[in-house]
Write a protein that binds this ligand. Structure first.
Ligand SMILES: [Fe+2]
Length: 356
């Protein structure tokens, strides 16, 4: 009885034995080639036509296909066209009873490794089979190396992504630590922007950029003195001008690490639909759509949050204010969807609180 070690060794051996598929309607030629290659200890399967060969190929991986061209049913060329639709790397040697230039050219176009005219010179055939299998081994090694490289690059990218998000979180915490009233502001603005993005079915890539921009939009406030940032009284013109610089400061801080779409959303999150915003006074569609969304989410959070100098608005009061400012401060095309998204999500939150 075979023990575990024997079975393991046998499986290992089977795995390294190279597999050849031999396709020829002439059983004498099949027998001749099989005998010729017998000392090489290959695993050779036989098919007598193209359809049989395709059926075998669909269930097993071969290292080399040896095929006649002219057979009953589909020709060798037609069979290879079908194979190439799913496998660009299988090594193929074609043979034929009579040389035909047009067919040889077609074979080259299909990436056939070699083309042999019958009758075979036995030694030449063995040599060509060895060469084709060497090529097959090389292709396999290249593919394995490429897969390993892709896996390593993916793992590295994931590591960089995690480090990057941790750094982002640290920056956001740094801004919010400066002002207790803005604690959680970036998270809430992000949440409102994402409610709208989901509700309006904004494509994933675009929504991801808006999400990151919403998290970081006020990062430039790091450069503003606490005395100005936390001032409860009316700001002087000079102080207000300092505050107005924060979108551009955010933009400059993040320029080396963010893409253009995120940067523009951040730079323009205080622009207005009527062009009376800052820093550049852009109006209407010239304000990037991400910035119009973050602006609305940012204002909604400011309205519904408590500050030392004002009470928080109720949901209905904030919605009334947003609708009043549609077409002046806010994009009138975004306001209805934003209001719907906020109402729906607030209702769901209330439901969860009641059930909880
Ligand atoms: Fe801001």
């Amino acid at each position: 009885m075979e023990d575990f070690q024997d079975i393991y060794e046998k499986e290992k051996e089977e795995d390294v034995v190279e597999k050849i598929l031999l396709v020829d309607d002439d059983k004498f030629d099949r027998a001749f080639i099989t005998d010729l290659l017998a000392p090489k200890n290959f695993s050779i399967d036989q098919a007598e036509n193209g359809d049989q060969a395709l059926a075998l190929l669909s269930g097993k991986k071969y290292d080399l296909l040896l095929s006649d061209i002219y057979m009953p049913g589909i020709t060798g060329i037609e069979m290879i066209q079908k194979i190439r639709e799913v496998d660009a790397n299988l090594q193929i040697i074609l043979f034929t009873g009579h040389a035909d230039l047009a067919t040889a050219i077609e074979a080259v176009k299909l990436g056939v490794y070699d083309y042999i005219v019958k009758p075979f010179d036995p030694e030449d055939l063995i040599w060509r089979v060895d060469q084709a299998l060497e090529k097959s081994r090389q292709v396999k090694l290249d593919l394995d190396a490429r897969v390993e490289l892709v896996e390593r690059v993916n793992a590295q990218s994931e590591r960089i992504r995690l480090i990057f998000y941790e750094a982002v979180q640290t920056l956001v915490n740094a801004i919010e630590a400066k002002d207790q009233y803005t604690k959680g502001h970036s998270i809430r603005v992000t949440q409102y922007a994402m409610w709208y993005a989901k509700h309006s079915e904004i494509p994933f890539e675009e929504a991801s950029d808006i999400q990151l921009a919403a998290r970081l939009h006020d990062i430039g406030k790091l450069g503003i003195a606490d005395a100005i940032l936390n001032k409860t009284g009316t700001l002087t013109d000079e102080e207000y001008n300092i505050i107005k610089k924060h979108p551009v400061t955010s933009y400059k801080i993040l320029k080396p690490i963010m893409n253009d779409s995120i940067l523009k959303t951040i730079r323009y999150h205080h622009e207005r639909w009527d062009g009376k915003g800052y820093p550049d006074g852009l109006a209407g569609d010239l304000v990037p759509v991400g910035a119009r969304i973050v602006c609305l989410a940012d204002s909604f959070d400011a309205m519904t949050s408590f500050r030392s100098y004002k009470k928080a608005m109720t949901l209905d009061q904030a919605i009334e204010e947003i609708e009043r400012c549609a077409g002046t401060q806010f994009d009138p095309g975004i306001v209805p969807g934003f209001v719907e998204a906020v109402r729906l999500n607030r209702e769901q939150e209330e439901l969860l609180t009641t059930v909880g």
